[in-house]
Ligand binder design. Structure first.
Ligand SMILES: [Zn+2]
Length: 322
């Protein structure tokens, strides 16, 4: 049984930037001593560009609707709507709590899109974790099979999972690369690399007539990522920032806590200590989607002369896909 919770739309209609010019006092005064925090005004960010209404944009509003995934773990899904154009970012599921007997998982409530299916220009998936892709088999048919865009590993996991749901039409699914620019209706979509514990994780830049929306998916800045990954594309991120951003949608586990996450390679060192110290058999439980972490474990086990046995349906599938 699948539960659809009550809608949790957070509508940020046409969040327009402040048009009041900076007061003279707020202008940077050149190099200032840091001896008083009272004088420190922080870095100066460029003002967000605003567009002059045209016949194509007159009277239209940008709607940013977070249907799930903010301040909760699971069912990540964000809808952007401008006039007759809609794009969806991520379509995840949430696992039930202990007090939800009979519920297998929870999917985003898409009732808002009823009657607007023809306006959906595309579904963009930031990465292959189930809390970002798990709603696809349940929601894509209801939404009229809009095209899905993702990086290759993400798409491979989506396609493999789709095989478990018999009787569905084939997905319209398209590989993108980080240099691609997509035009989905009025939206201009670009991508940038971020670090996470599954390869092929990306952030999304969406150009709209109101300004640029950034959606990061799950992310961290890892300056020493595990082998095969590269650090987040800070240059591209800085360039996007310098051009002006209307809204940053960024929610990642523990992101609200101050400080810095340790690098995945440091986690690898800890794992190595543990795995090497155990004289006999060692059983490790982890999410099947933590593919970078699983890769680390297999490599460490190999170095320690241990034989690896993989157990679990999704675990076997994901490793085969990767
Ligand atoms: Zn994730």
């Amino acid at each position: 049984m699948i539960s659809q919770p009550r809608s949790s739309f957070a509508s940020a209609n046409s969040a327009r930037p402040n048009r009041t010019p900076n007061s003279p006092a707020a202008k940077p005064q050149g190099a200032q001593p840091f001896n008083s925090m009272r004088n420190f005004r922080g870095p100066s960010f460029p003002r967000v560009r605003t567009t002059i209404p045209t016949p194509a944009t007159f009277g239209k509003k940008l709607r940013v609707m977070v249907v799930g995934g903010l301040e909760e773990i699971g069912r990540n899904c964000t809808i952007l709507e401008y006039g007759d154009d809609i794009i969806i970012i991520d379509m995840g599921l949430q696992f039930p709590e202990e007090d939800m007997p009979g519920i297998d998982y929870i999917i985003p409530n898409m009732n808002y899109l009823k009657g607007k299916e023809k306006n959906i220009r595309g579904v963009i998936i930031t990465h292959g974790h189930y809390d970002h892709i798990g709603g696809i088999p349940h929601l894509i048919p209801v939404l009229g099979y809009p095209p899905i865009y993702g990086l290759p590993l993400t798409n491979a996991i989506i396609k493999k999972r789709q095989e478990d749901y018999k009787g569905l039409r084939p997905l319209s699914i398209h590989n993108v690369n980080l240099e691609n620019k997509l035009k989905l209706g009025i939206f201009e979509v670009e991508f940038f690399h971020l670090n996470h514990n599954i390869p092929d994780s990306m952030g999304i830049k969406v150009g709209t007539p109101e300004g640029v929306i950034i959606h990061t998916g799950d992310w961290k800045f890892d300056y020493q990522p595990v082998a095969g990954d590269a650090p987040a594309d800070l240059q591209k991120i800085a360039k996007i920032g310098s051009e002006g951003v209307l809204a940053l949608l960024s929610d990642s586990t523990n992101a609200s806590q101050p400080g810095h996450q340790i690098s995945e390679s440091e986690i690898g060192t800890n794992l190595e200590d543990i795995i090497k110290k155990v004289p006999g058999r060692l059983i490790i439980g982890t999410f099947a989607s933590l593919l970078s972490r699983i890769k680390q474990m297999i490599e460490i086990a190999e170095k320690a002369g241990k034989v690896v046995a993989i157990e679990g349906f999704s675990m076997k599938n994901n490793i085969e896909i990767a």
